[in-house]
Design a protein around this ligand. Structure first.
Ligand SMILES: [Cu+2]
Length: 402
């Protein structure tokens, strides 16, 4: 912080000195004989310098574009893992190529003509009012191209966002619940319907505030990992406990705002299991790069007498993509895409919410969802502190943080 202040002071001091010299120069006007070199009118040397600088600037743009593509091109999203993914990537690729081609040509023309018609002493600019034909051409071409792009975009949008009734019947409903700074998920259970929920019902192990009086609620299944079956349509219902979050699943080309006080929706069909994605060439390359960095770091840690880092293995992630507070960067949840049979096996091994609530009423509170402590919400007296695992709900002190 001090460094920043010193930097700001130095910059301001520099500006002050510069302004003072300008004022000094202005006071000298008219007192000394005119000097051609300091004239405000550009001479041929100035015009040439500006003309070549124009070329230099366009060269800089092109070189930077090439370097960026080579150096950072591999940060693009890679193989899509959802059914709508390729269509989404197609739309993005089309937009990028169009922008790339148009900007490459127009930037060149802009800078080339600025160079070609740079000022020359004694040369007067030619007055050219307008040309209807030219204006028609450069209006109609962008109109046609943009209309095509927008129409294709709308087509892709309805394809991705619209789920027909037939598909809805066969889908798996999953609620994704966001809070500062973690995610929880809840599966609809055997009845295929998610029980109603509200932040006011948050109590003990019922960390998502499900209304246990709703007959659809008891069979709901809470989980701390998002498991999805390959080839099945998943309909996500997003809710937030506190502030605006955004559920971002980049590998599935899915993102949806998570808004307090309302339920938002997104749906997709996963097409690549976690095991299959781990065999993807680009992913394997990324993983080995990360592990090179990790092994270097591990060597340093071991030298300091600490334990080495575990090697990294690829997993899909659900991330938060709205800056929602100080730990936003670490708000993530692992996503596992399994074959349908493995998914069914995993789901049947999870405890239903009804059973969990019943159990917690019989014995002291031990939340069985790791990493999902009940958060204090606006002085909610039922909230339990994360460490508070030994007391029953009635004994728990109200949380006083925040
Ligand atoms: Cu967030």
């Amino acid at each position: 912080m001090t460094g920043l202040l010193i930097f700001a002071v130095l910059v301001l001091l520099g500006i002050a000195i510069w302004q003072l010299t300008k004022i000094f120069q202005l006071t000298q006007i008219g007192t000394t004989p005119a000097d051609d070199d300091n004239s405000e009118v550009a001479n041929d040397r100035d015009n040439n310098v500006n003309g070549y600088l124009m070329f230099g600037f366009v060269a800089f743009i092109y070189i930077f574009t090439i370097v960026a593509l080579v150096k950072w091109g591999h940060f693009s999203l890679g193989t899509p893992a959802s059914e709508h993914g390729p269509q989404y990537d197609n739309l993005l690729a089309m937009s990028f190529w169009l922008i790339f081609i148009v900007q490459t040509i127009t930037q060149f023309l802009l800078h080339y003509f600025a160079f070609k018609y740079r000022g020359k002493e004694g040369k007067v600019a030619f007055y050219y009012a307008d040309n209807d034909k030219l204006e028609f051409i450069w209006t109609i071409i962008p109109v046609i191209v943009l209309a095509g792009l927008i129409l294709y975009g709308l087509y892709a949008w309805t394809n991705i966002m619209f789920v027909n009734d037939e598909d809805k019947e066969d889908a798996i409903y999953v609620e994704v619940y966001a809070k500062q700074f973690s995610w929880e998920v809840r599966y609809a259970g055997a009845d295929g319907i998610l029980g109603k929920a509200n932040v006011r019902y948050i109590e003990s192990v019922n960390t998502m505030g499900v209304d246990m009086a709703d007959p659809n609620a008891a069979d709901d299944i809470p989980a701390s990992e998002l498991h999805l079956p390959k080839g099945k349509r998943i309909i996500f219902k997003f809710r937030s406990q506190d502030v605006l979050h955004s559920a971002y699943m980049p590998h599935f080309r899915a993102q949806m705002n998570v808004v307090p006080g309302m339920v938002t929706e997104f749906s997709f069909i996963p097409t690549v299991t976690t095991a299959e994605m781990r065999q993807d060439a680009a992913i394997m390359n990324k993983v080995s790069n990360i592990n090179v960095i990790r092994s270097k770091k591990s060597a340093e840690l071991v030298a300091e007498g600490q334990t080495a880092l575990e090697p990294y293995t690829f997993d899909y992630l659900l991330l938060c993509n709205k800056i929602c507070g100080p730990s936003h960067y670490n708000m993530q949840m692992k996503i596992v895409v399994d074959e349908k049979a493995d998914f069914d096996k995993w789901l049947s091994g999870q405890k239903s919410l009804g059973a969990a609530v019943k159990e917690s009423q019989e014995k002291p509170v031990t939340p069985d969802v790791p990493g999902t402590p009940v958060q204090a919400v606006g002085g909610d007296s039922t909230a339990v502190m994360p460490q508070d695992t030994t007391k029953t709900v009635s004994q728990a002190k109200p949380a006083t943080t925040k």
